[in-house]
Design a protein around this ligand. Structure first.
Ligand code: FES
Length: 101
């Protein structure tokens, strides 16, 4: 069953910033893009390399390994259907960021 986790303070992830957090052993990348918070699993669904240092382009994270792009909103890759990074809803609760996973 999905559960909500407090993962960071909103001030730790300012505009354009990112933070990697561990939740239940999973590495989750929090990103503030355009004033909106996103949470995406740090493991690339292609070959399992890390997405955490990827560039953000057009509201997508670009995997540093093979440069596939995964939407921050849906985790989907337009160019590679069937490969989808896990994304999680982020809720701002006062000063805290919470994700559900
Ligand atoms: S490992 Fe990420 S695109 Fe290949």
């Amino acid at each position: 069953m999905a559960k909500e986790y407090t993962v960071a303070k909103a001030t730790e992830v300012g505009p354009g910033a990112r933070k990697v957090v561990k939740v239940n052993g999973a590495e989750i990348l929090l990103i503030n893009h355009g004033g909106q918070f996103y949470a995406i699993n740090g493991v690339c669904p292609h070959e399992g390399n890390s997405l955490c240092d990827g560039e953000v382009k057009n509201c997508a994270i670009v995997c540093p390994t093979h440069e596939w792009e995964f939407s921050l909103k849906t985790g989907e890759s337009d160019e590679h259907p069937g490969f989808e990074a896990e994304t999680y809803p982020v809720r701002v609760d006062g000063a805290e960021l919470k994700i559900t996973m």
